[in-house]
Write a protein that binds this ligand. Structure first.
Ligand SMILES: [Cu+2]
Length: 121
C-alpha cells in the first residue's frame, strides 16, 4: 500500500517535471520593421524594397500633420495622426513596383507625396 503511494507520488512528480521542462515553442523571429517618416510633403525613405512573402511591419511616423500611406493595388492603408506613429503588419503577395500615396490631404504638396515600393522575389 505504501509502495503504491510512493510510486504514484513519484510518477506525479515526474509528470509535473516533464511538463515544466518541455520548452515552449521556439519564438518566431519578429518581423522586420520598416520605418517610414511622413512629413509635408514627402516620405523618407521615398523608396523601399520588400521580399514577396516576407512578413514585415510598416511603421509610419508623422513629424507634423496627419498623413497616410496607401497602396491602392495592395489593399494597404495606414494612417499616422499628427506627430504620432502607427504600424500595420504587411506581407506582400505579388511582385512588382507599386506607388503609394499619402491618403490624408495634408496641404499643397499632398498630391506629390509618394513612396515607391518594389516587391521582389
Ligand atoms: Cu498628404
Amino acid at each position: 500500500m505504501k509502495l503504491k503511494f510512493v510510486l504514484v507520488a513519484l510518477f506525479t512528480v515526474m509528470l509535473i517535471a516533464a511538463v515544466v521542462t518541455v520548452a515552449p515553442a521556439p519564438a518566431q523571429t519578429a518581423p522586420r520593421r520598416i520605418e517610414i517618416t511622413a512629413s509635408r510633403f514627402q516620405f523618407t525613405p521615398a523608396e523601399i524594397t520588400l521580399k514577396k512573402g516576407e512578413p514585415v511591419v510598416i511603421v509610419l511616423k508623422s513629424t507634423d500633420v496627419t498623413h497616410g500611406l496607401r497602396f491602392k493595388d495592395l489593399d494597404f492603408n495606414l494612417k499616422a495622426n499628427k506627430g504620432q506613429t502607427s504600424e500595420l503588419p504587411f506581407t506582400p503577395t505579388k511582385t512588382g513596383d507599386f506607388v503609394g500615396q499619402c491618403s490624408v490631404f495634408c496641404g499643397t504638396g499632398h498630391g506629390k507625396m509618394k513612396l515607391t515600393l518594389h516587391v521582389v522575389e
